[in-house]
Design a protein around this ligand. Structure first.
Ligand SMILES: CC(C)(COP(=O)(O)OP(=O)(O)OC[C@H]1O[C@@H](n2cnc3c(N)ncnc32)[C@H](O)[C@@H]1OP(=O)(O)O)[C@@H](O)C(=O)NCCC(=O)NCCS
Length: 229
């Protein structure tokens, strides 16, 4: 038996998932804005269901909801974050322009086309020491044209030029050959396999980790490809 934490579980896909999990004998924490509605939507659940109040934009409420779930069932095995917060990126944009001390996001452009985005987040490696981990996603019609490798090289340049880190890293699933090739073309080195680190489609997958170090990139060369990010 496993414990599922499902946001937005009182209607739509969230309710269907909660009902299916309960029917399969799992325990469900339904994190919803209206706990009464969740109990009404899943009337047969009995003790296997805990409804907790959660507005997904409220971080403190999220912590309380998780704590209540763990107190009742002892653990959480599966998280289904089904309740979206459509205004989240808009709010982040208004607050910080998507650039902050712990990470950021830039748009990848080609001419006037918006090709995709690159982002980075802090990975703490010791007291006062951190790396950046980058991620990328391009619109399907722009893939396979060199934008992914150019953008990842440029974001590494940007991070070395604007912060003091020594290392920029990237991970991708072992089956994602396009990203692995794009990272190699961007000057990253393949370091090894991280076993069972990604959970997708109901099972764990291996990832590959790549990195580039400060002294492996010449910042002078970065300007040549300027304009992609
Ligand atoms: C992964 C991604 C960022 C790569 O960007 P891209 O612009 O498509 O990559 P590039 O064109 O710079 O380089 C891709 C390389 O992979 C190669 N490639 C593509 N599919 C491949 C495959 N199935 N097997 C082997 N090589 C492959 C291409 O031939 C190219 O290499 P080449 O220039 O030596 O021929 C982009 O495809 C994407 O956004 N994919 C979806 C999101 C994603 O996977 N993000 C990263 C995961 S964390």
């Amino acid at each position: 038996m496993s414990v599922w934490f499902i946001t937005g579980a009182s209607r739509g896909l969230g309710r269907e998932l909660a009902a299916a999990a309960l029917e399969a004998g799992e325990q469900v924490i339904a994190a919803v804005r209206d706990t009464g509605a969740a109990l009404e939507a899943l009337p047969e659940a009995g003790d296997a269901l805990l409804a907790v109040q959660l507005d997904v934009t409220d971080e403190q409420q999220a912590e309380k909801a998780v704590a209540a779930g763990v107190e009742r069932f002892g653990q959480i095995d599966v998280l289904v974050n089904n309740a979206g917060d459509p205004q989240r990126e808009r709010r982040r944009w208004a607050e910080s322009g998507l650039l902050g001390d712990n990470g950021g996001t830039l748009i990848v452009t080609h001419g006037t086309d918006r090709v995709g985005s690159v982002s980075w987040r802090k990975v703490q490696t010791g007291p006062g020491v951190f790396n950046w981990a980058i991620g990328i996603g391009l619109a399907p019609e722009f893939r396979g044209r060199g934008h992914g490798s150019a953008a990842q090289r440029l974001v590494a340049c940007y991070l070395f030029a604007n912060t003091q880190v020594n290392r920029v890293e990237a991970t991708t699933e072992i089956t994602n050959l396009a990203e692995q090739r794009a990272l190699e073309k961007a000057g990253f080195t393949r370091e090894g396999v991280l076993r069972g680190t990604a959970f997708r489609q109901g099972r764990w997958h291996d990832q590959v980790i790549f990195s580039v170090l400060r002294d492996e990139i010449r910042l002078d060369d970065c300007a040549a490809a300027d304009g992609v990010v």
